[in-house]
Design a protein around this ligand. Structure first.
Ligand code: F6R
Length: 613
C-alpha cells in the first residue's frame, strides 16, 4: 500500500523521511522516492524496486535539507519505474508532489494541460496534480491557494502532500475522500506528515487526523487545518499510544473498522500497475495467462471458503458474463469429495486471504492431481496457495488482522473483474469498445468505495435499531445475491446474531414464513438488472410486517418510500456494484458487534487462518 512521509523543521529531512518509509515497509511497494529542499532548489531521488535501492541511491548521491517528502508506491497509472516513481516535479522544477489515489479525470486534465503546452515526464495520473498547481501559481496565487484550487479540480479519493521551493516555510497536504489517512504529527518547532502513524511514531505522539475534504498548511510552528472551501477547522489533537499495535489502529477502535476504511486504498492498489486506462487493457503478469492458454480453457472451477467463496460467487457472474466461459463455484471443503470433472483444459482458481486454508489447499491439490491448471488469488505473499499455483493474482490489500475478512473480500471482486476482461480479450469474445468501457469503469472504484464509506453515520443508526434482534434475513438477487450471503456471514460471526443470506427470489419458496415484525430483512436493491425484482421482494416483506433495511442507490425515492431504513449507496456500474453494496453491510455488522461490546477483532471460536480440515 502506498506510504507517505513528510518533515518540516530544522533537521535534515532525508533520514527522517527514509526511516519513516522504512516503518511502512511491510506493506510492500514497487518503487520509492524522496524530495528535499536543498540550497533553495528541490532535489529528488527515486527508483523502482525496494526501499533499499533508494537508500543506496541516496548513499551514492546524497541529498539533504528540509522540508522533505517521500513516498513508497504501488503503481496505478504507468509501470513501476524510476520515471513513474513519486515524488513528481512540475515543469518549473520548483514544486513537487507525492500522492495516494487515482485522479479519475486525469485523461481530461492531461489533455487540457498538454493543450496549454505542458510536457508530461511520466505516465502517472499524479503528475497532473503538480502541473495543475503550477498552472494556478502562474496566475498569481500562492501555494496554498493554488493547491486548494487543484484539490477542487481533481476527482476521486486522495491523500496528497506537496511543497514548493518558493515557499520553503510550508508543506501543504490534503485528504479527499477515504484514500487512506493523512496524519499530521506535531513536534517542538518541527512537524511531520504521514499516511500512517507508525511512520512518525518515534518522533511524536501528538497527531491530527485530517478528515475527508480537509487540507492542512504545515509549518515548523504548527498546522493550520481548513476545509477545501477555506473555512478554518478546529482540529482535535489526539495523543496516540507508543504501543505499535494500538498505533497501527490509528483513529479506529478496532482493526476491523480500520480495514473497512482501508478499502479505498486497497482497491487503488488493486488496480495498481494492472490497468492501462489509456489503452483500455488489463495486465496480470503473475497469472502467466498466454493467449494459447486463454483459448484452450473450457471451464473454470472457483474454489474457496467462507467470505472468499462469496467473492468467488461474484466471480462466476463476472467471468461468465464478460468472458463467456463456464464457471463452477465449489467450496473448498466439498470439492475433493465430489470427484469433479477436470482435465488439462480446466482451471482451478483458488481464492484465499491467508493462502493457507487447509480446505482450499486440498481443493487445489485435487485440481493438480487431475491435471488442471492451478491459479490463485491470494493476499499473503509467499503463502502455499501462491507457491503451488501455476499463476496468481496478489490481492494488494496489506495485512488483514481482524478475523472477519473485509478488505480481502472487495479486492478479489476487482481482481475477478480484471481477470474476466483479460480472458475476454485473449479469447476474442469482446469488441474493443466494450473492453475499453469495462476498463474505464474501474477508475471509479476507489471513489465509489469512498462514498459508500461515507454512509457510516446512517449505518450506525441502523445498527442501534437492530442491536437486539435475534435473527436477521439478508436478501439479494443476481450479482448481489452473494453479497446477501456475505452480509449475513459478517453479522453472525462477530455479533453472534443468527443471520441468513438468501437469494431473494427463493423467499417465496419457504423463508417468507419466517418474516414478522421481529425479523429484520436487509434487502440489497441497487439499480442493477435485478432492481425491479427486488422491489417486489421488498413489497412482499413489508406486506408480512417485516422491518426492511434497504441498501439502495442514492436518491431512490421508490425504495426510500417502502423501507423502514435506507442506506443510500452511490450509483455504480452493475458489475462493480457488489464492491459498493457490501461496504455498508460490513459496517452494519461491525457497529452492531461494537455496540454489543463484543470482541470484534477476535470473535469467539474463530481463527484468522483455518489450517485444519
Ligand atoms: C469470514 C472469514 C472466513 C474466511 C475463510 C477463508 O469473515 O474471514 O470465512 O473467509 O476462513 O479464509 P482464507 O481467505 O484465508 O482462505
Amino acid at each position: 500500500m502506498c506510504g507517505i512521509v513528510g518533515y518540516i523543521g530544522p533537521r535534515d529531512a532525508t533520514p527522517i523521511v527514509l526511516n519513516g518509509l522504512k516503518r511502512l515497509e511491510y506493506r510492500g511497494y514497487d518503487s520509492a522516492g524522496l524530495a528535499v529542499l536543498q540550497n533553495g532548489s528541490i532535489a529528488v531521488r527515486r527508483d523502482a524496486g525496494k526501499l533499499d535501492r533508494l537508500i543506496d541511491l541516496v548513499g551514492q548521491s546524497p541529498i539533504s535539507g528540509a522540508p522533505g517528502i517521500g513516498h513508497t508506491r504501488w503503481a496505478t497509472h504507468g509501470a513501476p519505474s524510476a520515471r513513474n516513481a513519486h515524488p513528481h516535479l512540475g515543469s518549473t522544477g520548483r514544486v513537487v508532489v507525492v500522492h495516494n489515489g487515482i485522479v479519475e479525470n486525469f485523461l481530461e486534465l492531461r489533455d487540457e494541460l498538454t493543450a496549454e503546452g505542458v510536457n508530461f515526464n511520466s505516465e502517472t495520473d499524479t503528475e497532473t496534480i503538480v502541473h495543475l498547481v503550477e498552472h494556478y501559481l502562474a496566475t498569481g496565487l500562492n501555494l496554498t491557494e493554488a493547491a486548494r484550487k487543484t484539490f477542487l479540480d481533481i476527482q476521486g479519493a486522495h491523500g496528497i502532500v506537496l511543497m514548493s521551493a518558493d515557499e520553503p516555510d510550508k508543506i501543504v497536504c490534503a485528504r479527499l475522500g477515504n484514500a487512506g489517512g493523512v496524519v499530521v504529527g506535531l513536534g517542538e518547532g518541527e512537524n511531520y506528515i504521514a499516511s500512517d502513524i507508525p511512520a512518525i511514531l518515534e518522533h511524536t505522539r501528538q497527531v491530527i487526523f485530517l478528515e475527508s475534504h480537509q487540507m492542512a498548511v504545515v509549518t515548523r510552528e504548527g498546522a493550520r487545518v481548513e476545509s477545501l472551501e477555506g473555512k478554518p477547522v478546529q482540529a482535535e489533537v489526539h495523543s496516540v499510544s507508543w504501543d505499535p499495535v494500538a498505533a497501527e489502529k490509528g483513529e479506529f477502535r478496532h482493526f476491523m473498522q480500520k480495514e473497512i476504511h482501508e478499502q479505498v486504498r486497497s482497491l487503488t492498489d488493486t488496480l495498481a500497475g494492472r490497468v492501462d486506462f489509456e489503452n483500455g487493457r488489463i495486465r496480470l503478469p503473475e497469472l502467466n495467462l498466454s493467449p494459447e492458454l486463454a483459448q484452450r480453457i473450457t471451464k473454470i472451477f472457483i474454489t474457496a471458503c467462507g467470505t472468499a467463496a462469496y467473492a468467488g460467487m461474484v466471480g462466476k457472474y463476472l467471468i461468465e458474463k464478460i468472458a463467456r466461459l463456464p464457471v463452477e463455484l465449489e467450496i473448498g471443503s466439498e470439492f475433493r469429495y465430489r470427484d469433479p470433472i477436470i482435465d488439462e483444459n480446466t482451471v482451478v482458481l483458488a481464492i484465499s486471504q491467508s493462502g493457507e486454508t487447509a480446505d482450499t489447499l486440498a481443493a487445489m491439490e485435487e485440481g493438480r492431481r487431475k491435471g488442471a491448471v492451478l491459479w490463485s488469488i491470494v493476499n499473503a505473499i509467499g503463502s502455499q496457495a501462491m507457491r503451488i499455483a501455476d499463476g496468481y493474482i496478489s490481492m494488494q490489500t496489506g495485512p488483514e488482522i481482524g478475523v472477519a475478512s473485509t478488505k480481502a473480500f472487495t479486492a478479489p471482486l476487482v481482481d475477478l473483474y480484471m481477470l474476466a476482461v483479460l480472458l475476454a480479450e485473449l479469447r476474442g469474445v469482446i469488441d474493443e469498445q466494450t473492453r475499453r468501457n469495462l476498463v474505464a469503469d474501474l477508475r471509479f472504484v476507489p471513489d465509489l468505495a469512498s462514498r459508500a464509506l461515507n454512509t457510516e453515520p446512517i449505518v450506525e443508526k441502523v445498527a442501534w435499531a437492530l442491536k437486539d434482534v435475534r435473527d436477521c434475513l439478508y436478501l439479494g438477487r443476481g450479482i448481489n445475491m452473494p453479497i446477501a450471503y456475505e452480509g449475513a456471514l459478517k453479522l453472525k460471526e462477530i455479533s453472534y446474531i443468527h443471520a441468513e443470506g438468501y437469494p431473494a427470489g427463493e423467499m417465496k419458496h419457504g423463508p417468507i414464513a419466517l418474516i414478522d415484525r421481529d425479523m429484520p430483512v436487509v434487502c440489497l436493491a441497487p439499480r442493477d438488472p435485478w432492481y425491479e425484482k427486488m422491489i417486489s421482494q421488498i413489497q412482499q416483506a413489508k406486506a408480512r410486517g417485516g422491518t426492511v433495511v434497504a441498501v439502495a442507490t442514492e436518491g431512490d425515492e421508490l425504495v426510500g418510500g417502502m423501507a423502514d431504513h435506507i442506506i443510500p449507496v452511490p450509483e455504480a456500474p452493475w458489475m462493480l456494484s457488489p464492491v459498493v453494496t457490501v461496504i455498508p453491510l460490513q459496517m452494519l455488522a461491525y457497529h452492531i458487534a461494537a455496540i454489543r461490546g463484543l470482541d470484534v477483532d477476535q470473535p469467539r471460536n474463530l481463527a484468522k487462518s483455518v489450517t485444519v480440515e
